[in-house]
Design a binder for this molecule. Sequence first.
Ligand SMILES: C[S@@+](CC[C@H](N)C(=O)[O-])C[C@H]1O[C@@H](n2cnc3c(N)ncnc32)[C@H](O)[C@@H]1O
Length: 289
Amino acid sequence: MYVDGTVGSGGHSSEILSYLPEKSRLICLDRDPDAIRLSHERLSSDHRVQLVQANFANLGRVMQELAIDSIDGILLDLGMSSYQIEKSGRGFSFNREEPLDMRMNPDHKPTGEHLINTLPVKSLQALLREYGEERRAKPLARAIVRARDKNPIKTAAGLAQIIEGATPKSRQPWKRHPATKTFQALRIAVNKEMDNLETFLRKIPALMAAGGRLVVISYHSLEDRQVKKAMVHWEKACICPPDFPVCACDKSPTFTRLFKKGQKPEQAEIHNNPRARSAIMRVAERMSS
Ligand SMILES: C[S@@+](CC[C@H](N)C(=O)[O-])C[C@H]1O[C@@H](n2cnc3c(N)ncnc32)[C@H](O)[C@@H]1O
């Protein structure tokens, strides 16, 4: 019983299926209805596949509805899909004249446009700092508020121009577009990405069979830190303060990490697929409890 928690356009799922025996099942989730439609075209002819539009934070509920007790392997490939960046028309990429929507599930609120035009300057600054790890959060938040006071910010390209205009020319040539971190921060906030990952990581130990493997691919340090912290915690046999004479926590390890370090793609892979350049993969195996 396997789960692809972020099926996207089904690339990983197709590959996973090529390794799975006839009698296995692969449950494919995505919160984006377009991803379910696209991967349906690619995967639905395989009798082992079941596609469900759902947030991976709600995996427990999905398993209950499908009468599944436990799973033997699960993959999360976090972040945005190439489809979302290039074809969704939802303003994920900063060089496009698209509405600043940024929702992975268009049924949910808020939109990026709503947040960027309504958050008080201090909250904008905190959002850029926390979710974008943007060192210039204060001047950028102020520039956004100055601009929206004249005209509401409606498009991805419009927001990117404001950030460009507020970036000192001395910083050119840019290695990365100066709006990269702003877009990351806004997307994380719109989709509550850190909350979903936290909920998932809190619940997953109870959902996996002994020997089952959890694989998470992250694309920025905030996500990777959260995944690493959870895996390190699961692996510990004791979480008592170091000055306790005897263990009083009653904890036992629930997972063991397959690699202590996050795995990064090799140069050849980055060359073929530049979007893989920031990927970090971590793998942990469920122990019997
Ligand atoms: C990097 S793409 C996955 C690409 C996929 N591995 C493939 O081979 O095509 C990330 C996908 O995760 C989905 N996603 C992000 N957060 C999610 C969540 N909390 N629950 C379910 N899907 C999510 C996005 O909608 C997007 O389609």
